[in-house]
Ligand binder design. Structure first.
Ligand SMILES: Nc1ncnc2c1ncn2[C@@H]1O[C@H](COP(=O)(O)OP(=O)(O)OP(=O)(O)O)[C@@H](O)[C@H]1O
Ligand SMILES: [Mg+2]
Length: 385
């Protein structure tokens, strides 16, 4: 967990001073110099607006805002490599962050490289020592009606921004689950090995559930993050381990989960999967003003709820780390009515962050005036407006 800001301590923002792309999506090469204001990118469909903010999202762990495979990122017709390099200003001074795939001795390497101050970093989580990036894209609009796995992924990304060990925990947990499921398929599985795996699953699973609960608790505590125009979302975690943590200590919850795993071996073997645990949890979002689950709200209300959650999350990161994150909003203002659009701009101004926003109509951003740098995007090139 990142350190809590000292009360009254001054807050800064992290911002991208320069962004260089080479062979990334539809950008053969780009060098963009920026100041600390918001960045507005407008241009026709297919110009490269989303690609540009996707490049910024790759300066955080994971697969970026499109969850793209590594093979999708290099420019079609290029040599199969790509590079994204940025100079970031942070409260601790400037830092150079870079990512990409390179040509190895036997051709193009298939793993993403991360560089911090031009030195290779051991893992992508190292990026979180310098920068946090949050985003909202049109793909996320179906979140409340999507499968629970989508909401778990969404929640785990929220958790990761405030607890950098979360992603590692989730992948170790999933690996242990797969090993247990495989072992259960054997005619007479080794009991000791099974117990060892269940101990590991219970430990990791309880830690995952506890981190999610903490993130939800902190998010609920953030008030006034959205200027009052966006509906307040009540967040409820639904899951057995999450629920047991409400009444039991972490150690007791872990013991209870381990005992359940042991007791349900037969049922899990028959099902071919583990039937309880945080890999099945869900995040229930409720429009608290109306007391109605988000899935039953109108499309516009769902979008507003999501904007509210993302703004609260950005505010939470700013409060915990004393530094506002980069906020990437793909086509968000275009989906809002005038009142909500103005409220969004106000909330971003009060958050004091470098927000990157895209849209096809520059009029949607006119009211930002010189609070933003307005850029036009055309066929993978960028010019000032
Ligand atoms: N790997 C790639 N190599 C080359 N071009 C690509 C690659 N991936 C995507 N593109 C192209 O980049 C172009 C711009 O895509 P992008 O999604 O950034 O557009 P956009 O400006 O956000 O448009 P819209 O307003 O429709 O959302 C598209 O025509 C797309 O086909
Ligand atoms: Mg787009």
């Amino acid at each position: 967990m990142i350190a809590t800001a000292t009360p009254g301590g001054s807050r800064a923002r992290s911002w991208v001073r320069s962004l260089k792309l080479s062979n990334f999506r539809n950008y053969a090469s780009l060098a963009l110099a920026l100041d600390e204001r918001m960045v507005v990118l407008t241009g026709p469909n297919g110009a490269g607006k989303t690609n540009l903010i996707e490049a910024v999202s790759l300066l955080s762990p994971g697969r970026g805002l499109r969850r793209a495979s590594l093979e999708a990122l290099p420019r079609r017709g290029g040599d199969g490599t790509f590079a994204v390099a940025a100079e970031i200003e942070t409260r601790h001074g400037p830092v150079a962050l870079g990512t990409g795939i390179v040509n190895g001795p036997d051709g193009v390497e298939k793993t993403r490289r991360i560089r911090v101050d031009h030195e290779p970093a051991r893992s992508s989580e190292a990026l979180l020592d310098h920068l946090r990036v949050v985003w909202l894209t049109p793909d996320m609009h179906g979140l409340f009606r999507a499968a629970p796995s989508e909401r778990r992924r969404f929640l785990d990304r929220l958790v990761l921004a405030i607890d950098r060990s979360h992603a590692g925990r989730v992948s170790a947990f999933e690996r242990a689950l797969r090993s247990r499921n495989k072992l259960l398929e054997a005619p007479s599985p080794n009991g000791q090995w099974l117990s060892a795996l269940e101990t590991q699953i219970a430990e990791l699973g309880t830690a995952i559930a506890a981190a999610r609960r903490e993130c939800v608790r902190l998010l609920e505590g953030i008030s006034g993050a959205n200027g009052g125009e966006f509906p307040k979302a009540e967040l409820r975690l639904e899951g057995e381990v999450e629920a047991s943590l409400a009444t039991l200590s972490a150690t007791d919850a872990e013991d209870a989960y381990r005992a359940q795993l042991e007791a349900r071996r037969y049922a899990d073997k028959a099902a071919g999967r583990t039937l309880n645990g945080p890999h099945l949890s869900d995040l229930l979002v409720i429009h608290s003003g109306k007391g109605v689950p988000a899935a039953e709200c109108s499309t516009g209300e769902q979008k507003s709820l999501l904007v509210g959650i993302i703004l609260a999350h950005a505010r939470l990161i700013a409060e915990l780390s004393s530094e506002a994150p980069i906020v990437l909003l793909d086509e968000v203002p275009a989906h809002l009515d005038e009142k909500h659009r103005s409220a969004l701009f106000e909330a971003l101004i009060s958050l004091d962050c470098q927000a990157w926003m895209t849209g096809t109509d520059s009029l949607d951003f006119q009211e930002l005036g010189d609070r933003a740098q307005h850029l036009s995007v055309h066929s993978g090139t960028i010019s000032a407006q």
